[in-house]
Design a protein around this ligand. Structure first.
Ligand SMILES: NC(=O)c1ccc[n+]([C@@H]2O[C@H](COP(=O)([O-])OP(=O)(O)OC[C@H]3O[C@@H](n4cnc5c(N)ncnc54)[C@H](O)[C@@H]3O)[C@@H](O)[C@H]2O)c1
Ligand SMILES: O=C(O)C(=O)C[C@]1(C(=O)O)C=C[C@@H](O)C=C1
Length: 363
């Protein structure tokens, strides 16, 4: 048995533990500062065993995964440095920042193999109840080995984490923080800033909230994320945040000037350039929610057809992640788009629906 000790039973710790459950040689021990969270994780089958004292789990562990806010991660490493960890234990984390964590691991735990990790998928939700087994499927899993990391240690860690079905990328911690600063950390400041702007307007005209529609909600979804987690991330990635903030302020000053001068052409290029870059971003599925396996079903447009199809799937214990009517007008066939979690579910669904003479196609 390999004892895997997960510290922090929240969204990410819980999701990782769920992803590891399919290897029967793993025994997953979980610990959280909140006993309620540890108990909930146990009740939900997220872990095999609850641990009530950090030391008890740490000293039994072959692998330790720290899944707490990044500020806490350093404190946990301080605590681990005073414990009798097993020889050869592999220590990793899931924190959204890497430079400070890697530096502190080297300082506090020089004789322990620490490999920084960061699964690049998540959500604005927190806590173990939001954990999902497939959260990291197809996502990038960033690893930050150092010159001290041996090839065997890296392979051992990857062999465990491969159950997440994520794709590994190795990079150094400094570059990690620079890149992730742009695509994740700074956007969270912008999202929260926009919500505060709405809040200020609300004080003088409260109708503004009712008008906050699709665009505002899309761009500010991430402002619902954990303030503890984001406070810690910004402090850890302070230099990058300040650099990006200065760049952003300069860019915004430039745009303000364009608007003041009614410079139609440059304003057009500001948006046209952004659209081109945005549309050129990789479309490949990342994370649990976008990893869709879709089937399209022609259905006669009559009352109850949606429930007929879902009944057939439920009868065969096939889980749907989404269902959508794409077209259903009078006198024509409707089209249902069914989304599944995996290729196996999709293949199974295709077979059972064809048996019932539904017309199926993909794409
Ligand atoms: N949420 C995301 O989208 C996301 C994605 C990738 C990585 N991360 C990183 O993963 C880590 C965890 O984030 P999360 O989203 O799971 O947060 P979360 O709030 O869902 O879970 C964090 C858990 O850590 C626990 N905790 C706090 N202090 C502790 C301590 N001293 N000892 C033990 N447990 C303690 C909390 O009680 C909580 O249950 C963070 O470092 C974050 O940067 C988050
Ligand atoms: O999808 C979201 O809600 C997220 O914010 C996930 C997100 C991100 O910024 O993309 C958040 C923090 C991480 O470290 C990795 C992923």
């Amino acid at each position: 048995m390999t004892n895997i000790f997960i510290i922090g039973m929240g969204l990410i710790g819980g999701s990782l533990s769920l992803a590891l459950k399919n290897d029967s040689t793993f025994h997953r021990l979980g610990y959280d500062i909140s006993e309620d969270e540890t108990n909930m994780a146990h009740q939900l089958g997220v872990i095999d065993e609850r641990v009530t004292r950090l030391q008890d789990g740490a000293e039994r562990a072959d692998v330790i995964i720290i899944a707490t806010p990044v500020g806490v991660t350093i404190k946990i490493m301080e605590q681990l440095s005073t414990m009798a960890l097993k020889k050869g234990v592999i220590l990793t984390d899931v924190g959204s920042t890497k430079r400070t964590i890697v530096e502190q691991a080297e300082r506090l735990l020089p004789s322990v193999c620490f490999i920084g990790g960061h699964p690049m998928a998540g959500s604005h939700k927190s806590g173990v109840t939001a954990a999902q087994e497939h959260l990291f499927e197809n996502a990038f899993y960033l690893l930050t080995p150092t010159a001290e990391t041996s090839r065997d240690e890296l392979i051992s860690l990857k062999n465990i984490l491969k159950l997440t079905k994520a794709r590994f990328i190795e990079l150094d911690a400094k570059r990690h923080d620079r890149l992730v600063g742009v695509v994740s950390h700074f956007p969270h400041i912008v999202a929260a800033g926009l919500v505060h702007q709405l809040e200020k307007m609300q004080a003088t005209d409260d109708q503004v909230t009712a008008l906050a529609a699709g665009g505002f909600k899309d761009i500010t979804r991430i402002a619902s994320a954990s303030p503890i987690m984001w406070r810690d991330i910004l402090v850890h990635n302070k230099e990058e945040m300040i650099r990006l903030m200065n760049e952003w302020q300069q860019d915004m000053d430039g745009i303000r000037e364009l608007i003041e001068n009614e410079d139609h052409e440059s304003i057009y290029h500001f948006f046209a350039g952004a659209r081109q870059v945005r549309e050129g971003l990789p479309q490949k599925s990342r994370g649990a929610i976008p990893a869709f396996y879709d089937l399209y079903v022609d259905v006669p447009d009559h009352l109850g057809v949606v429930s007929d199809v879902t009944y057939v799937l439920a009868e065969n214990k096939i889980h749907l992640t989404n269902i959508r009517i794409l077209e259903a007008r009078e006198d024509i066939m409707g089209v249902l788009r069914l989304s599944f979690r995996s290729e196996e579910d999709r293949t199974h669904a295709r077979a059972v629906l064809m048996e019932r003479h539904y017309q199926i196609y993909e794409q």
